[in-house]
Each structure stands twice: as C-alpha cells, then as structure tokens.
Design a protein. Sequence first.
Length: 589
Amino acid sequence: MMTTFNDIFKDAGNKITGIAAAPGLVIAKAYKYIKEELEVNGQKIINIKQALSDLDEAIARSKKELKKILNLARDIMGDKRAIIFEAQMMILDDPILLGTIKRRIEYEKMLPEFIVDDEISKYQKLMLKAHEGYMSERAHDIEDIKNRIIRNLQNKRWISKITHDVIVVSDTLTPSDTILFSRSDTKGFVTDRGGLTSHAAIISRSLNIPAVVGTHNSTLLINDGDELIVDGFHGCILVNPTKKQRNFYNTKIKHLKELQKNLIELKDKKAETTDGKIIELLANVDVTGEIDIAKTTGAQGIGLYRSEQILAEMGDLASEEEQAEIYNKLASRMYPQMVTIRALDIGGDKFNFSEISEPNPFLGLRGIRLLLANESLFKSQIRAVLRASKNKNIQFMLPMVSSLLEVRESKKLIDECKKELKKAKKEFDNNIKIGIMIEVPSSALLAKEFADEVDFLSIGTNDLIQYLVAVDRGNDLVSDLYREFHPAVLRTLKIIVDGGKTSNKNVSICGEMAAETLAIPLLIGLGLETLSLSPATIPYIKKIIRSISYSKSKKLADECLTYKTSDEIKARIEKFFVDNSIKRTRNII
Ligand code: PEP
Ligand code: MG
C-alpha cells in the first residue's frame, strides 16, 4: 500500500508542528541560531562627551550595516519588500528619539546602551499593548534596531559564522537575519515564535524558502546538526527522520520538482473542461511578490488584491499619493488584464487600529463598516483607486457588506470622489466597475438584490463559511466544524450564483475554497465561471479543470445539493474523482 502523509505523521515522536509560512519541502541539517543576550546595565558614567560620541558612532555604524542589508534586500526582493529596512533606517534618523536619548544621557549620566534600551523599549511596549498580531510583529522589528545600536555600542559582532545549505532554527528571526541567512543559501527556516505576518514568513515566501513558524519549542527539541525535514506545505518538521520518513519525503521532493515543471507548461493553455466550458482563473494577491507568480503561472488578471497588505508592507496606512502610485504600478503591470482592488478590509482579526477593544471583533467594526465610519480614510482610498483607473483595467470591491445601505452609501462617496477628481482635472475611469464581496449570510440571501445595484459579486467563502456555521475561522477548538462541504454552504453558493445570473452580473469566488481541488467540480457544476485563487495554486487547479466535464460536474452539484451532511457530499465528490480517474494533483505534495 502507498504510504500517505497521515501514515508518516500519525504517531511520529520526532514531529514538531507549527504554521506553514512558506511552501516547499527540504531535507538538510539544522543550524541553531541563538542570539547572544545583550546585557545592559545602568552604570553611571563620568565622561558625558565620550558617551555622546560613542552613541553617534554606534548610530553611524548601525546605519552603515543597515544600508548594506537594504541594498541586499532590494537586490533579492525588490524595492517594495525592502521598505521594511527603510523603516528601520528612519528610526535611526528620528530626531525626536535621538534627541531624547541624548538629553537623558546628559541628565541621568548613565551608559548610553542603558538609555537606548530603556527609551526604545518604551515604543515597543506601547506597540505590544495597543495592538495584537500585526503590531507585535512590528515591535520585533524595533527590537532588531535597538539591539543593533546596543551591540555597536558594546562593539560586539552579530552573526559569527553562517554555514551554507542549512535549515536555520531560531526563537525568532528579524527581517535582517532572514535576509542575511538567505544570502548564504539557507534551505529553510524554523522559528518558535512568529505568525504568517511575521517578516521571516513574508520574506521566506517571496524568496521561495520553505518555512514553518510559531512552533513554540523547536529550539528546545532540535540540536545543532540534527537532520531535519521541513514541510512548508503542512507546517511540520521531522527531527532526525527515520529511513521510512526520509524515503517518503525524497519521493515527494522528486514528485514536486516534476510537477512544477509540468505545471508551468500549462501556463498558456486554457482552463477548459473536457466538454468545452472555459473557466477564468484569476489571482489573489496578498503580497507584492505574488504578482510575479501570477504572471508566471498564467493568471488572467487579479481577482482579489487585498489592499490591506500595503499596510503590512509599509507598516502604516498609506497616503492617497502613495496608494495611487502602488495601484498605478499594479494596473500597468497587469494591463490589459483587469485588477480587482478590494477596499481596505481592516478590523476583525486584521490590523485593528481602533483603540476600542471589541468583545466580538469579527462581528464588529470591520471592512466596509469601518470604512464608512472613517470617511476620510475611505475617500482617500477611493480617490487613489480612481486615479489609477485611467487605463480602464481596475475595478473596485467592497468587503464585509451586509446591507444594501452600505452599498448605496459607498456609491455616494465614490460619486463625490469622482466630482472632486474632475474638479482637480485628474483623469480616471468614469465607468469603473463597483462590486461587493459576498461573505455575510444576509448579503448571500439578497444576492439578486445586491446584483441589481452593483456590477459584480465575489464570494468570500473564508468568511461566509464562518458566519454561516458560526465557527471562528481561526479557532482550533472548533476547526472540525468549519466545513466547506456543509450542505448549507452549498445551498448558499447556489443562491448567490443564481442571484447574480438572474441580474446578468458576473459572480466569482475568491475564498480558499476555490483552491481546494475537491471543490472544483462542485463549484463549476454550480455555475461559477470565474475562480480567483492564490497564484501558486493556479496550475494545479487548471489541471483539474482540464480533466473534468462540465455536464458531469453539473449533475454532481445537483445531486450534492440534495444531501443533508457534509460527509455525504465529500464522499460523493471523492467518488466522482475516482470514477472519472481524475488525479488530485495538488495532493501529491
Ligand atoms: C474571504 O473571506 O473569503 C476572503 C477572500 O477575504 P479574506 O480572507 O481576506 O477575509
Ligand atoms: Mg473575508
């Protein structure tokens, strides 16, 4: 019998699990990267002048080091991603921060490293306190710059020696660590801390280095030189693998290489069913690097540009000018293909800027609600999107819509922005298409009424499922109940697709369900003709589409709509794959 992933992992005592942060498979030796703890003491000093000049020198040296890293980052990741380091440079140039540090050295007569530590830590604490997730990741970036100055004040070196071709195992990795390691052909990253938005994760994804983060205790369980298997698809690590585990992964790695080669060959082929139905495959873009992947994998446009990602990359809200430039570049890179820019979906679990802590953030001030409550923020984004639309290849999409009033209110603001731009003699697409995400049950039920008032609908199953079955999409305790194949999900999808069609409006799907191989015949059978998915998965999904028939998929969907449990539906689709000898390519990995 063929060994499966489950066989390998089920009882493996040498397994560590974490978050699958960057896809890929790798087998290599571990290099434990433990940073020397920098000790700072509050010793009194006599020579203030010397202390101030030591500080200036340490700042200058830190700048020089960062500049090198910045150049390196630009080379390997492009200007956009390198912004992380520009932000660090700006801290080194911040006159208020440096002025305070110098004044305190003069008054308090303490070692400069003590004052630097104390002063910058204040910023960090504020960030950690004010915001969860995203902001705490940014607090780690500040830690990086703080330690760099202290290390330079103490004349210590940073990384002594980096061995090549290793998997770096560390408690946490700063952006500069990640860049420096990647330069020496690092094969993978494993960290105890950090989530999907940590810079180690973002950088690994854009450099195609497999990474598993948030493992909690890998630095305790792994020794320097241990052999590791890092599975960046499943978020697993095997320490000193058995022969069986190594053989299993060697075969997977071989398959993966062949698969990637074959799939790239599909790039210019249509996503067409065996009976001639053409499906449009678009890309979801979360990080700028994915635009390149969208190009290489043959996406036909961008179906979801999560504009809140700019926040992740810039570390701050972008001004109208900055946004207009970003959207302009994006539109020209993709021209003549269409780019769907989604209005900032902040709030909920994503970048909560509000000082108010909400008891139920997922049901709170999120998406369109937050935008309508912050009109100037919303309008600056609308104007930026309009300004980038002059070549007519941009459409604008509203997230988390739950009532028609929100659509009408947004359209009113869009009209106001158009008037403002006209007055300022700025060019834009006056007929820009406005659509909405359907990710709340109330808007699903009213799909037809919404479709009457907008140009397109896009189904966000990630949220739709969580709201439909009342299961927090990020909560492990109830993850078993989060079911894509729940009969209520299927029937809701049908209502949306039919509603859009009755109004002659395009309906697409941009939730993760569109990248689930098993769901493809079902979605196509339900009548969806546009799927938007993470660009790396496009070839896998195209391959499935090219091996199924639309008429059979329609029968399958009709039958599944009569079932009462998700298990029945899943079993029926699995049977469909077997009966039609369709390989679920992506699951080879
Ligand atoms: C969704 O909810 O399905 C979706 C695409 O939006 P996000 O995952 O960004 O919430
Ligand atoms: Mg959503």
